[in-house]
Design a protein around this ligand. Structure first.
Ligand SMILES: [Zn+2]
Length: 267
């Protein structure tokens, strides 16, 4: 019989690191990678995630997830880069680079079942995808973030006609399951596009119809939390896709009010 105590998810403090930045600009001289923790501790899908907290101010709070689909590699490469290079001064950021780690390790979209169709999840299921979805929902409910950004990649390139298709994902888009689009999302899209000069690299706001089984819709409808999905087109070079995922993620972080340093992204 599977025994998985909810409390175990947060109980293990794997490591605590406090870095002192050598920058002294603006008094923001210290930042904090607080800890690494796990979804599915001791289960077949044990998945690390990383928590960054500003030293003085721990709000607003954002969750960034990649690798919900294991073959959408730019998503977790961008998360890895943020975990490696981010210096967070204010707010909290939780990064889950390989949310569906078994699929990521196999470089496949899914293992038994589409993890993104397993929400809100079931801790007693034989399929790990349902257990993982339950734990992800529990993490969200515990943390109560102000924003959740889900990183994905699409097989179809965006065209203006995509605006009228609420059933399919395209690259490059930012997906909302709400209409009209929230001002917050539109400002974030404007922010990211101001850094992107090539026309077909720019992100387009996209409405995706409600799906009761999906992660995005559960975050928005069950918890009332702002959540959007980033899609880059898999036809672009991987280097460009990672940069575009980074620009989208960092733009959402800025728009939410996190204060941080991250190295310049050059196109
Ligand atoms: Zn996906």
């Amino acid at each position: 019989m599977r025994v998985l105590l909810k409390s175990s998810l947060f109980s293990v403090l794997i490591q605590t690191c406090v870095f002192s930045s050598d920058s002294t600009s603006g008094g923001l001289s210290q930042y904090n990678f607080t800890k690494q923790d796990y979804l599915g501790l001791n289960d077949e899908y044990e998945t690390p995630y990383f928590i960054f907290e500003g030293r003085e101010k721990k709000t607003p709070v954002m969750i960034l997830d990649g690798g919900i689909h294991g073959d959408e590699i730019a998503s977790y490469m961008a998360c890895d880069s943020i975990v490696k290079y981010l210096k967070l001064y204010e707010g909290t950021l939780i990064v889950i680079p390989r949310t569906n780690i078994k699929a990521c390790n196999m470089n496949v979209r899914q293992v038994n079942f589409d993890f993104n169709h397993a929400f809100p999840g079931d801790l007693t299921s034989e399929l790990y995808e349902y257990r993982l979805a339950y734990e992800f929902m529990w993490l969200v409910d515990s943390v109560k973030p102000d924003l959740i950004i889900n990183l994905h990649e699409a097989r179809t390139k965006w065209t203006p006609n995509a605006r009228y298709d609420s059933e399919k994902a395209y690259g490059q888009i930012i997906i909302s399951c709400l209409q009209p689009f929230e001002e917050f999302m539109l400002r974030a899209v404007e922010r990211m596009n101001s850094r992107i000069h090539r026309y077909d690299f720019k992100f387009n706001p996209h409405y995706y119809s409600i799906r009761e089984y999906s992660s995005l819709d559960n975050f928005v409808l069950k918890f009332g939390i702002k959540s959007y999905t980033v899609e880059t087109w898999r036809g672009f070079d991987i280097e460009d896709r990672v940069k575009l995922q980074l620009i989208a993620s960092l733009s959402f972080m800025k728009e939410l009010g996190l204060v941080f340093d991250y190295p310049d992204i050059k196109f």
